[in-house]
Design a protein around this ligand. Structure first.
Ligand SMILES: Cc1cc2nc3c(=O)[nH]c(=O)nc-3n(C[C@H](O)[C@H](O)[C@H](O)COP(=O)(O)OP(=O)(O)OC[C@H]3O[C@@H](n4cnc5c(N)ncnc54)[C@H](O)[C@@H]3O)c2cc1C
Length: 459
């Protein structure tokens, strides 16, 4: 196997999306190409793409895949002097020889040596080993290439019935995309309610809204397989323990696990969540080896437990922290709250911090308060329903988490609550905050203030 000797210190980045290219660009801002050579190796054809935009590409809110790419390989080469090799899979890491084995698609494996290594291999989608899961017409939606494949299938085959397996936020967003494309949509979920990152009482609101939009929701129904046309043909239906549902297209949104296999095989420490163990500077257990994004585990700021939560917000920030440190600067990642927001048609769903099950697991004694309110002053045109739920620790009265389900303009209130959580505020503090008000934006007492007050009074 060819082995190349480096003239300058060399950083190799594995994975060319959010975390990897944030790290590479930030390292380049601090070290020019005479000081640091940077090589990024990416298995797929794209760099720095927004996986978050895939549902909107499929639903045609976004017109073309190019719109989802913030920097392509040519831009990285030209503007950042970063050598990007797409279509190149890293097959192994040798920490003693400080090399990676990289194989270009259909080509010979090459050993590339590094002084510093950045692992940003993302997450691996959960794919149950059930019959028919690889049939034509069954898709995952993890990479931009997956998104393009779904869009092309819908454009060319014009499917009439869609089944989304998994009721998490990606499942919800894909259900919206298929509704927008005029299909009959079913959502199948093994849990008792969709959106299991929310408490079931809040998940029920999501279920009711989905049903109101015409999506058929099947709960507590584990999928048992995909039925295909005779002779291994295209998907025909999705089977559950209860029934069989017709499907011209199936999308799997069953969650992900950290993509830490390469690191594990190299002997790098893996944490209890299955993510690569990193410190606040994004250093792994191996000297000069860094990791960030969906492949790592992070510290939860409320529970202080290690968690692996696959979100682009975390990946970009962690990548930048790693890049700053690789470039000789100093940066620390402050931990995560798992703040997330998504929408299905006009329904907005958001959460931050701990839900009831998570708070219980973390050993907190807590109270909850739930408020039904409106997104604007009740008399103002467009005022719509929203429900806000908060959790607080009994003794300290510290806010532990919040969830929002509501119509247009409800969801982004989660950022106020994430700010409160980030600063360990009590519910009394939250109830006293000076928030903006005018009738088009909120009732005079914003639902955030009233829910916090209600919770404080309850305790
Ligand atoms: C449909 C969808 C919608 C989403 N919506 C949101 C949202 O609204 N908000 C939000 O915060 N997050 C969202 N996310 C999550 C977000 O996209 C991810 O958290 C983020 O992309 C993680 O970045 P990353 O760089 O860690 O991993 P990735 O973006 O997965 O990048 C990892 C890269 O590594 C490459 N790779 C892996 N192994 C190898 C190897 N051995 N050799 C070479 N290359 C390799 C992969 O091809 C991939 O390109 C969404 C994700 C999906 C799929």
């Amino acid at each position: 196997m060819e082995r190349r000797v480096n003239a300058r210190p060399r950083l190799i980045v594995i994975g060319g999306d959010a975390a990897g290219m944030s790290a590479a660009s930030q390292a380049r801002r601090l070290r020019d190409s005479a000081e640091l050579e940077i090589l990024a190796l990416e298995r797929g054809p794209h760099t720095s793409y927004s996986a978050c935009g895939i549902p909107y590409l499929v639903g045609k809110t976004v017109s073309s895949p190019e719109a989802l790419i913030s920097r392509d390989p040519a831009t990285f080469r030209r503007d950042f002097e970063i050598d990007v090799r797409t279509g190149t899979e890293v097959e192994g890491i040798d920490l003693d020889r400080r090399t990676v084995t990289a194989r270009p698609a259909g080509g010979r494996a090459v050993e590339e040596s590094f002084d510093q290594l950045m692992i940003a291999t993302g997450a691996v989608p959960v794919r149950p080993g059930l019959p028919g899961m690889d049939a034509p017409g069954v898709f995952g939606v993890q990479t931009l290439s997956d998104g393009i494949a779904v869009r092309e299938f819908v454009d060319s085959r014009r499917p009439r019935t869609a089944v989304v397996v998994g009721g998490g936020y990606i499942g919800l967003e894909m259900a919206e995309a298929f509704v927008q494309r005029g299909m009959e949509v079913r959502l199948i979920e093994a849990a008792t309610e969709p959106m299991t990152t929310l408490d079931p009482d809040m998940g029920r609101l999501v279920r009711d809204a989905l049903t109101g939009m015409g999506v058929r929701v099947h709960l507590s129904e584990p999928v048992t397989g995909v039925e295909t046309a005779p002779g291994g043909g295209a998907v025909r239906a999705v089977a559950t323990e209860e029934a069989s549902y017709p499907a011209d297209i199936v999308v799997l949104g069953l969650g992900v696990r950290p993509g830490s296999d390469l690191a594990r095989a190299a002997g790098i420490e893996i944490g209890p969540t299955g993510g690569i163990a990193v410190d606040a500077r994004m250093r792994t257990s191996a000297e000069g080896v860094w990791a960030a994004g969906d492949c790592v585990q992070s510290l939860h700021r409320v529970s202080h437990a290690p968690v692996s939560i696959a979100l682009g917000t975390h990946a970009n920030k962690q990548g930048r922290v790693a890049g700053t440190n690789i470039g000789g600067g100093y940066a620390r990642f402050g931990g995560v709250l798992g703040t997330a927001i998504s929408k299905v048609c006009d329904l907005e769903v958001a959460r931050t911090g701990l839900n009831e099950a998570e708070a219980r697991r973390a050993g907190f004694e807590f109270e909850t308060a739930t408020l039904e309110s409106t997104t604007r002053a009740g008399y103002f045109p467009g005022a719509a329903a929203m429900t806000l739920k908060m959790l607080a620790e009994r003794r300290s009265r510290r806010l532990l988490g919040a969830q929002i389900v509501g119509w247009e303009n409800a969801g982004k209130r989660i950022d106020v609550l994430a700010t409160a959580l980030w600063n360990s505020m009590s519910v009394e503090d939250v109830a006293a905050m000076d928030l903006g008000y005018a009738p088009p934006f909120s009732p005079v007492w914003d639902p955030v203030l009233i829910t916090a007050r209600k919770l404080a009074e309850q305790m």
